[in-house]
Design a protein around this ligand. Structure first.
Ligand SMILES: NC(=O)c1ccc[n+]([C@@H]2O[C@H](COP(=O)([O-])OP(=O)(O)OC[C@H]3O[C@@H](n4cnc5c(N)ncnc54)[C@H](OP(=O)(O)O)[C@@H]3O)[C@@H](O)[C@H]2O)c1
Length: 280
C-alpha cells in the first residue's frame, strides 16, 4: 500500500481533496469541529459552508445539532457537496440514537456515524451492530469509532467482520501514536484528529512558533498542515471568523521532511483533555 504521507503529497492537496475509504466512498481531508460551537451556531455553519469547509463534525451530546441543521438549511451549498459526521453515546441504543441525531440535524442521512467512545466494559458489540443496521437502512453512509484502541477495534471486527472506516482520536504533534498510525494504514482505517490544535494549549510552543515563522504561517496552521501531510484528517473547531478562515488557509505551503520529522518527535502522548490519550 502506498505510504499515506507520500500519497497525500502526490495528490497535490487542496480543500476539495478526498481520501478513498475502504467501502468505496470517500471523505474530505479536513473538517470543522463543533464541540462548544454553541455561539451563533447556524451562522457559523452557513459561513463555513460558504467558505468551502467540506466536512462538519458533531455529536448528539454537543448540543449543536439543531443549530447545524438550521445552518445547513440557510446555506445555498447542496447537501451532497459536504460531509456530515455525528456520534452515538456508549449507553445509547445505537439505531434509535442515530434516528434521533438525524431528527435534530433535520437530515435524512449522515455520511459517517461513530461510536463516541467505547463503553466501560467491552468493545460495544451491540452498539456496533446497531450502527451496522443503521448503515444498511441508509441512515448513514459509513460507520466508525472514536477513542478506540487497536485491541477494541479488533474486538469489533472479530465479532461482526465489519471494519470501521475511521477512528476519531485526540491527535497532535504532542500527542499521537506511531503504532496506531501503522495499524490504521494497514487496515485502511482513516484517523480523524480531534483537538488538533490542543485546544490552544500548545500553540505557543517555541518549536511550533519557529516553523510557523519560517513559513509565515500561524502555529494553528502548522498543526493542521502536519496532519494533512501525515494523512490524518484534522477537525479544528473555530467560533471566531478569523480562525474559520485561517484554519483552511493551509494549502499554499509545505512542511519539509525535516520539519515533519521534528514535529513527529514532539510526541509525549500529551492530552489537552487532562487525561491519558484514550487509545494508547
Ligand atoms: N470524538 C471525541 O471524543 C472528541 C473529543 C474532543 C473533540 N472532538 C471533535 O474535535 C473538534 C476539535 O477539537 P476541540 O474543539 O477539542 O479543540 P481544537 O480544535 O484543538 O481547539 C479549538 C480551540 O482553538 C481555537 N482556534 C481555532 N482556530 C484557531 C487559530 N487559527 N488560531 C488560534 N486559535 C484557534 C478555537 O477558538 P475559537 O473557537 O474561539 O475560534 C478554540 O478555542 C471538536 O470541536 C469536536 O468536533 C471529538
Amino acid at each position: 500500500m502506498m505510504d499515506l504521507r507520500e500519497g497525500m503529497r502526490l495528490l497535490n492537496m487542496n480543500l476539495q481533496s478526498r481520501i478513498q475509504l475502504r467501502t468505496g466512498n470517500s471523505m474530505p481531508i479536513i473538517g470543522l469541529g463543533t464541540w462548544q460551537l454553541t455561539k451563533d451556531t447556524a451562522e457559523i455553519i452557513e459561513e463555513a459552508l460558504a467558505l468551502g469547509y467540506p466536512m462538519i463534525d458533531t455529536s448528539g451530546d454537543y448540543g449543536t445539532q439543531p443549530g447545524i441543521g438550521q445552518g445547513i438549511k440557510q446555506s445555498t451549498v447542496e447537501r451532497d457537496s459536504f460531509y456530515l459526521i455525528s456520534k452515538v453515546e456508549e449507553d445509547d441504543d445505537a439505531y434509535a440514537a442515530t434516528r434521533k441525531n438525524l431528527e435534530e440535524l433535520q437530515q435524512n442521512y449522515v455520511d459517517l456515524m461513530l461510536i463516541h467512545r467505547p463503553p466501560r466494559n467491552g468493545a460495544g458489540i451491540q452498539l456496533w451492530k446497531g450502527l451496522i443496521r443503521a448503515q444498511q437502512d441508509g441512515l448513514t453512509k459509513d460507520i466508525g469509532v472514536s477513542n478506540y484502541s487497536i485491541e477494541l477495534i479488533e474486538d469489533l471486527i472479530g465479532a461482526t467482520g465489519v471494519v470501521p472506516v475511521a477512528n476519531q482520536i485526540e491527535w497532535s504533534p504532542f500527542g499521537h501514536s506511531k503504532e496506531m498510525l501503522r495499524y490504521a494504514e494497514k487496515n485502511d482505517i482513516v484517523i480523524q484528529a480531534y483537538s488538533p490544535l490542543t485546544r490552544t494549549e500548545r500553540l505557543d510552543d517555541s518549536n511550533i512558533q519557529e516553523i510557523a515563522e519560517r513559513h509565515e504561517k500561524t502555529p494553528a496552521q502548522i498543526f493542521i498542515r502536519w496532519n494533512l501531510q501525515l494523512g490524518t484528517v484534522p477537525l479544528p473547531k473555530a467560533n471566531q471568523k478569523e480562525h474559520l478562515h485561517e484554519d483552511i488557509d493551509v494549502f499554499d505551503f509545505e512542511l519539509s521532511d525535516e520539519e515533519m520529522t521534528a514535529l513527529d518527535a514532539l510526541n509525549e502522548h500529551y492530552s489537552c483533555l487532562g487525561r491519558e490519550l484514550s487509545y494508547v
